[in-house]
Design a protein around this ligand. Structure first.
Ligand code: PLP
Length: 409
């Protein structure tokens, strides 16, 4: 198998599995238990939290473990809306579905009311809401959110002036990604964070695809909330984290027990948390070499395709992009047909986000960049990592030449 789909998910690294094993076998206690067999695991969770904290340059106590980045993204936006009582969200047309579809749900007839049901509001929530000035008596209409989707240009970049113009007194949160999962395009997150700060608006950053590929430092990029997930980093699926700046407000999305200092109910999955912590530690160590190892291979694949396969076009900015990702339109060839032929040759790639892989519509990312693009999906995303090598790129190129020729004739 030649795996060129690391933006979809990554294999669990052997060191991560090794670190997790004791907590999948002998150490199966509940960290909330009062006896030592369980309670000693609290310390294990804190070590992992420290490892995540280190990867993103945060302070202790600013990281909450979640089940995935979809939850982290929902939780951050939810917290900002609940805490500020404001109802405008600013995002971009090219975000991941975990942001876009949450925003769409909030825009619907019932907004937060419908999603979280005022009838079911707990006493604790009511107290918290009134403390932070978010009135549960607000009419249904006023609970509904207004979402501004910032456009991008043909290279997938947004204009900072559009962000500045979109911010109003009603803006609860700006949610913009660090790196795009389909094209790898990097948003100017430092400038975005500074604009938000200057305007007194909360900033959430989906850093899922940037983690382990570029330096994430919340001191340099002062986001209020930042999401990551384990399975893009060599940890298992089902574990994510949300950074919440110490002074940023937080209202939980998931209510339950007192875990995570009352910020996220649910018994901690110690093995997964340990796995994420270890993956973050490894990612930090490998980061200085990541670009050097991955970029030449990605460039060889990209240049090989663009120079030898007719009617191909790069999607995404040439340089302001992750080192591992290339997204290419094969004009006149349906992505699905090409992916089937590649799969027959043992090559794994995708036509965009794995979460929307069953759609034959053009990707919302490419559509936002190139509104004139054709009605069907004709693009393929290839995403490499440090384990990729020359021979794989050569084989993938040969397979692509054969397959595209077969589909054109
Ligand atoms: N955000 C981005 C940019 C992603 O690429 C993904 C996963 O594809 C997610 C969020 C969702 O992550 P998870 O699968 O952990 O919910």
């Amino acid at each position: 198998m030649i795996y060129l789909d690391h933006n979809a998910t990554t294999p669990i690294s052997p060191e991560v599995l090794e670190a997790m094993m004791p907590y999948l076998t002998a150490e199966w206690g509940n960290p909330s238990s009062s006896y030592k067999f369980g309670s000693k695991l609290k310390g294990v969770v804190e070590v992992a939290r420290e490892q995540v904290t280190e990867l993103i340059g945060a302070h202790g106590g600013e990281v909450i473990f979640t089940s995935c980045a979809t939850e982290s993204n929902n939780a951050a936006i939810h917290a900002a809306l609940m805490a500020t009582g404001k109802r405008q969200i600013i995002t971009s047309a090219v975000e991941h579905s975990s942001v876009l579809n949450y925003c769409k749900a909030l825009e619907g007839n019932h907004g937060l009311h419908g999603l979280h049901g005022s009838n079911f509001t707990t006493e604790a929530q009511r107290t918290q809401s009134s403390q932070i000035g978010c009135h549960s008596e607000r009419s249904e209409e006023s609970q509904s959110c207004r979402v501004t989707y910032l456009p991008v240009d043909r290279d997938g970049l947004l204009k900072l002036a559009d962000l500045e113009n979109a911010i109003t007194d009603e803006t609860a949160v700006v949610s913009l990604m660090w790196a795009n999962n389909e094209t790898g395009v990097l948003f100017p997150v430092k400038e975005i964070a500074e604009i938000c700060r200057a305007c007194g608006v909360l900033f959430h950053c989906d850093a899922v695809q940037a983690a382990g590929k570029v330096e994430l430092d919340v001191r340099r990029v002062p986001a209020d909330y930042l999401s990551i997930t384990g399975h893009k980093l060599g940890a298992p699926k089902g574990i994510g984290a949300l950074y919440v700046r110490r002074k940023a407000p937080f209202v939980p999305l998931i209510h339950g027990g007192h875990q995570e200092k009352n910020h996220r109910g649910g018994t901690e999955s110690v093995p997964l948390i340990v796995g994420l912590g270890k993956a973050c530690e490894l990612a930090k160590k490998k980061l200085p070499d990541y670009d050097k190892m991955v970029r030449p291979l990605r460039d060889a694949l990209e240049e090989g395709i663009l120079s030898s396969i007719p009617n191909t076009e790069l999607n995404g900015h040439k340089t302001q992009r992750l080192a591992n990702t290339t997204n290419i339109t094969f004009h006149g060839i349906e992505s699905e047909a090409l992916l089937i032929l590649l799969d027959q040759e043992g090559i794994c790639a995708s036509s965009g986000s794995a979460c929307l892989a069953d759609s034959d519509e053009p990707s919302h990312v490419v559509k936002a960049m190139k509104p004139d693009s054709t009605k069907s999906r004709q693009m393929i995303r290839f995403s490499l990592d440090e384990s990729s090598h020359d021979a794989e790129v050569r084989e993938a190129l040969n397979a692509l030449r054969r397959s595209s020729k077969a589909l054109c004739s």
